[in-house]
Design a protein around this ligand. Sequence first.
Ligand code: Q9C
Ligand code: ZN
Length: 692
Amino acid sequence: MMASSPDDSLRPRVGLIYDERMCRHTTPDGEAHPECPERIRAIWKKLESEGIPRRCVVLNAKKVEDKYLASVHTQNYIKLIKNISSKEFDSRRQRIASKFNSIYLNVGSSEAAYLAAGSVIEASEKVAKGDLNSVIAIVRPPGHHAESNEAMGFCLFNNVAVAVNYLLNEKPELGIKKILIVDWDVHHGNGTQKMFYKDPRVLFFSVHRFDFGCFYPSGDDGAYCMIGEGPGAGYNINIPWEHGQCSDADYIAVWDHVLIPIAKEYNPDIILVSAGFDAAIDDPLGGCCVTPHGYSLLLQKLMQFAQGKIVMVLEGGYNLKSIANSVLACAKVLLQEESVGSIQTATFKSTWRVIEAVRHELKGYWPVLDVELPQNLLITNSRPCPAEVTYSSSESDVENDEGTARTINFSDFVEDDVLLPLSKLKIDEGNHGKVIASDQVQEEESLSASEASHDAELVTSNEIVDGYITWRSLLSKVEVWYASFGSNMWMPRFLCYIEGGKVEGMSAPCCGSLDKSSPKDVIWKIVPHRLLFGRSHTRTWGAGGVAFLDPERSTSDKAYLCMYRITLEQFNDVLLQENSLHQENGIIKQMASPLLDLHILEYVAKNKSLPLEALKDGWYSTVLYLGKEDDLPILTMTCSASDVERFKSGELPASVPAKDYMNTLVNGLVEGKQLTREEAVAYVNGAATWKL
Ligand code: Q9C
Ligand code: ZN
């Protein structure tokens, strides 16, 4: 199925495989299990909702033939999985499953396992031949824990290993002689490692939580000293995290300082990614926090090899939203559609320790690793391990399962708020104090110590903690116009978002911004956008509609804007409060990273409007760029264009503002000397009753 828009020929050919029959592998008793059918359904639905399948080639899933399984699994084991779903096994199935570690089996398991392995073969062959540039195989059950004679860790057949053997042994004519397997599932790919431990034709790279042998599948197999054997020595690479909480920065550091240099040297003919998404943020099993953008960067960095021949194969990943968003981000990268955002976390100290240990272990096999890492990289880029972090004893502290996360009061914002390494900053003093953050993660060469300290001179010393600068101190140096068109047009109301507190008619006080300094300037402006009043109830004002600006320009409309000159740091606090995302269970949360950083600002300025994924459940999730004033960007926030469609269709109710809300709007327009009281009432009522 090919879409047929005019730019099809320019687009990379990306395949997708998904088959509903793989959803029939379920727990026999209907018991909840993280490895559930909804996983692949959620991914597929997400891709469909974004129109991805239309822009891809959708392939049919195929069952693997037994002879291809035989390169990886024993005859007895193949026979067992083949027959396990048949009637004659009904009485023994559960007992057999219980003999394996973390395995369930039902009447749908055989077919799903055969389809998963067969689909990865199909995908790999199409990419190896060059029919497609890359494929995403959305398969289950997963595969990387499965060994030759053993199901384990939710895996039945080792899908990736079967496909790799197929390419190497069954299809020599395709010319695939060297295969790189990148296993970024949060668990060690023990099955795959074993399969190719002595085989130099397969470079197996796995990054996983290890916790010194205590993380699943526990033992020493995932240690960094497991480097391969015989002719395969040097072709097995493990990156064992010492703890949870690893984030984009840790993965990128490993890519830049281990995987990428080795991949350049190895020069693979094709790459298979054992793409589990259980290191994703909010995964219930992984305890790490890789973002969709992080995954997309990891994938993008692999696309420079093997002429972009990449087969991405789903392994684990148990938070439905996280895996759907992560696969979507990866699909967009393979399609070479835009991806914006920057890495906002710092690398753990322990990550540099692991990287150095791995490089030392492997430098005899990969000379490119036989150079010291730049010393200032190790000094400036480090964040204490979770276990080393000390907590304040405030009663609002909440520990998560990992015993490391916490929630603090806004007023408690502390210096160890999320930190940016200095080496990622470029501060241009000559340019009106504008600050530019660079997400170009440097490869082997980093800033020299003197360059780094030169940059450091431009920020004051209390903004630097152990060589880091907080995102807050960075964004506090950037000014923007926040353009308000609703209740925030009235200055006392807006000041609640800065100073905290409430004004008449508001049901709950605001927590305010961390930086409580007043706007540097206030000016009014009229813009060609439709103002409308939608929805029927708000937490702050009770019954009645709230103001939205149609993100689309239309010259026949005009909306009054009251613009406040504030910092980008304050704008982030306003964004958060305006979308009611600052509270959970009545506890005020800190913002780990900015919703709108400098890169996103640059993107918004270019594209005029941007829906922020992190705000998608809020009412004002779209940031609009309305031009410039005094050379500073004018930003506002409103609903998405699709919400405007929903207002037009009546799916979302349009509604006049509540009395207190109306008063606030009118006060703003009157005190701002824009309209008389009567004119202001007429303006708001006109907008509220406008036929959408
Ligand atoms: N205490 C994959 O992600 N956990 N498999 C068992 C026992 C098993 C994960 C915990 C995790 C298996 C493909
Ligand atoms: Zn996993």
